[in-house]
Write a protein of this length. Structure first.
Ligand SMILES: Cc1cc2nc3c(=O)[nH]c(=O)nc-3n(C[C@H](O)[C@H](O)[C@H](O)COP(=O)(O)OP(=O)(O)OC[C@H]3O[C@@H](n4cnc5c(N)ncnc54)[C@H](O)[C@@H]3O)c2cc1C
Ligand code: SF4
Length: 437
């Protein structure tokens, strides 16, 4: 069992924004599905869940079979149902979109089936007969959890090493609470670990308390699933002032504990990606009256999803497009952000500045990459900070595999699950001698 979380967490004020289907609603929606052969939604899902199949099983009242179809492809199918950006994945590719008909709400149907499985206490998979092999996994995020579960189905013993005390990676510490709260992710972790034979050692930083070489010596193969590193900061005057905080750090505090919001009247969020958009809605949801996003580009070029930005606007978000912070200012703590105005090519417009009030600044301009930690290991190639692998997750060092954000540079939970599972299959082939990669 994982450690229980505090009940007194800032994130608990958030409501679930998509809501759950009643059995009648699920039935009506499931019966709208065309059950396409060669369905585009299946191709759009990185874990290739047999979507028409699981929906048909809901329509025929076979909820257990439906959940099994989902978990067989994606063991984190319960959280993916809540956190996947379905608008750009499965739902975005539903054929109804081309016919001007509302697309099937695949995520909500997936949630209906998987929540039911959790409530009923159904378990679907057993560990394979002991293979005598032992695999180390670095990090307890979605990539390693999916890999470890798949490895157990093949009978390999697993030890996951996690530097934090919380398990689940960013699914526990990062995902916006109106999509999923930390306790739901932890519950899923316990469910995944229920297969048995996966030991999780928390508070162990590989590369510090245990060296990479030691890990290699003690195990038959190693999976690297350590995700991305700390928030990147802007190197401008005042960057160290109290009240200027990295966004992912702040979100983690909000999800696992309390973030102070008393007396915070205005918050500035720097960035235009999905983490920035999450912060906007989170800051507004925590009752901060004035929340302004500052992005150096134009709206059409922001990397955050447009559906998320639309949702943020309905909550009262403000924005300064084409503006770049050049100084955080204040007396002992941040009080203002001074920004340079930029043209459409992101070049400074001389003399054009704007100053924004800010008691809190959340810097959401990306996370650093951890791949360089491995650069002393011969055979492992680091490409722009990411761990380079073949399509199965094999690095150039024998027995070393990678998946998830550290490999793909930062995508979604469902990508981490797909990559973790693919790597597990390659590891199985390696430790059983079917391949020597
Ligand atoms: C703010 C935020 C919101 C997000 N929202 C969504 C969303 O709504 N939907 C979605 O699908 N995706 C979302 N994502 C992306 C998603 O969370 C990631 O793609 C996914 O969690 C990647 O999984 P992973 O296992 O590769 O890495 P992580 O989840 O980052 O897990 C890596 C784990 O490794 C541990 N670790 C790191 N270094 C070491 C070490 N040296 N030794 C031991 N342990 C180590 C870390 O503590 C961490 O627990 C979000 C990301 C962020 C930052
Ligand atoms: S895992 Fe995500 S992308 Fe795949 S079908 Fe489910 S909700 Fe869609």
């Amino acid at each position: 069992m994982t450690q229980p979380l505090s009940r007194d967490r800032s994130e608990t004020v958030f409501e679930d924004y998509k809501g759950e289907y009643t059995p009648d609603q699920a039935l009506v929606e499931a019966n709208r599905c065309l059950y396409c052969a060669d369905a585009p939604c299946v191709k759009a899902c990185p874990t290739h869940i047999e979507i028409p199949q699981f929906i048909r099983k809901i329509a025929t009242g076979n909820l257990k079979g439906s959940a099994r179809t989902i978990f067989d492809a994606n063991i984190l199918g319960m959280s993916c149902a809540r956190v996947c950006p379905v608008e750009v994945l499965c739902v975005g590719d539903c054929v109804y979109n081309e016919q001007g008909v509302p697309p099937i709400q695949i995520g909500k149907l997936q949630r209906f089936a998987t929540d039911h499985a959790f409530e009923a206490g159904w378990r679907f998979f057993e560990a394979g007969p002991d293979s005598g092999k032992h695999v180390a996994l670095i990090g307890a995020g979605p990539a390693s959890l999916a890999a470890a579960h798949e490895l157990r189905r093949h009978g390999h013993r697993c030890t996951i090493y996690e530097k934090r005390s919380a398990i689940g990676g960013l699914n526990t510490t990062g995902v916006a609470p109106y999509k999923m709260k930390a306790d739901r992710s932890v519950e899923e972790v316990d469910w995944v670990l229920g297969i048995g034979g996966i030991e999780v050692k928390t508070g162990v930083t590989i590369g510090e308390s245990v060296t990479f070489e030691q890990l290699e010596k003690d195990h038959d193969a190693v999976f690297i699933g350590f995700g991305l590193g700390p928030d990147t900061s802007l190197d401008v005057p005042g960057a160290k002032l109290p009240g200027v905080v990295g966004a992912v750090d702040w979100i983690e505090q909000m999800k696992l504990g309390k973030v102070p919001t008393d007396g915070v009247r205005s918050c500035v969020i720097v960035g235009g990606g999905n983490t920035a958009l999450d912060c906007v809605r989170e800051a507004l949801g925590l009752g901060i009256p004035q929340v302004t996003m500052v992005y150096r580009g134009v709206e059409e070029k922001m990397s955050g999803y447009s559906h998320e930005w639309k949702a943020a606007q309905t909550k009262g978000a403000r924005v300064e497009w084409q503006a770049l912070p050049v100084a955080y200012e204040g007396d002992g703590k941040v009080q203002r952000v001074r920004c340079q105005r930029l043209d459409t090519n992101k070049k400074p417009i001389p003399g054009a500045e704007v100053s924004l009030d800010a008691d809190l600044v959340l810097v959401a301009i990306g996370q650093s990459k951890l791949g360089t930690l491995l650069s002393q290991l011969s055979g492992i190639t680091i490409d722009g900070g990411r761990v380079a692998t073949d399509e199965h997750g094999a690095t150039g060092r024998k027995g070393w595999y990678a998946g998830g954000d550290c490999r793909n540079g930062g995508k979604e939970v469902v990508n981490a699950v797909a990559e973790g599972k693919a790597a597990a299959r390659a590891i199985h082939a390696f430790v059983t001698g079917a391949s020597n990669a």
